[in-house]
Design a binder for this molecule. Sequence first.
Ligand code: PLP
Length: 376
Amino acid sequence: MEHYLDNAATTKPCAEAAAAVMRCVLENYGNPSSLHRKGLEAQHEIDSAREQIAHALGCKPQEILFTSGATESNAIALQGGAAAYGRKRKTIVVSAVEHASVGNTIEALAMQGFVIKKVYPSADGIYRASDFLKEVDNDTFMISMMLVNNENGCRMPVEETFRAVKRHFPEVITHCDAVQGFLKVPFRTRTLEADYISISGHKVNGLKGVGALYVRKGVRIKPLFFGGHQENGIRPGTESVPLIAAFGAAVGKLYPTIEKRCAHVVGLRNLLLQKLQEMEGVLVRDIPGSSPYILNISLLGYRSEIVLHFLEKRQIYISSGSACSKGVSSGVLEAFGAKRDEVDSALRISFCAENTTEDVLALVEGLRIAQNTLVH
Ligand code: PLP
């Protein structure tokens, strides 16, 4: 039996998403820009997906742009926002623990002459709005903060920070990468105080290769490339109707059950925490107020990759706890105060509503056996 506990990496597409793909591949396969009936059918698929997603975010359908995924949503928000608002003011304030799609875009903007101010958590490993506010000044045109960190589940103080920034510097544009929070941690566009919000299809039981960017009405943004009129010209190119329809179907399914799913996941997480407490040599990063969907731990003394592959043989699938690129850690766990050896042994467990008690117990058993079997 498989135990898939790597849902922050990607989720299994739901049956509704798969059915939407089939429908758009086999029946509604027209080009949405075509003026005949096949075009209208395809356009209708996009319109209803846009409505589903707008409903789940609490915004107007016209405020949603479809993209190829959250990497692109983040790129458009940051680069397109910089092109629209970064002429006179040059500073972007950003958390130091963003996903690479924000972090590396920010590096590219730095190369173009923008000033980047990275904000680290306080010494106690907690992010506070005041840490960000200290960095915002009259040269700031944008602030970007993720909603939930993808490595340790940390719920960032987005609402409080963005509200305070808007109060003191109303002209500053706010961007939130909400990929790991969407349909998991309840939020509305209005309460988030974000001008741009990035979300991804494959993290919410949709398919890979589709995402969306919320752009608040009246807020400007520039395209990264040029073509047709699609997505208001901000994201030109013939739309991937099957992926968009699948995204809409998955969101339509998940949105009404946010609380129920969350309660189930909290139960699984609590069970896991309790079982891990009974074990020796496990460091648990249980950050106060974090998303219940992600838990980062270290099996001290055992390298992440070795444990990951050991568990894989038992059909238990988790991630190494630190997003590594060619063996170099992303630095997120270090930013939260983790030491080198703790980072090297970090593991990320990430849940979905389909996970069961058996999954948790299989994982705990697998970790115990790893401790007894693997060379320390
Ligand atoms: N932002 C966060 C926080 C993520 O976790 C991810 C995916 O891991 C992304 C952005 C990128 O999303 P996508 O795979 O849709 O490009």
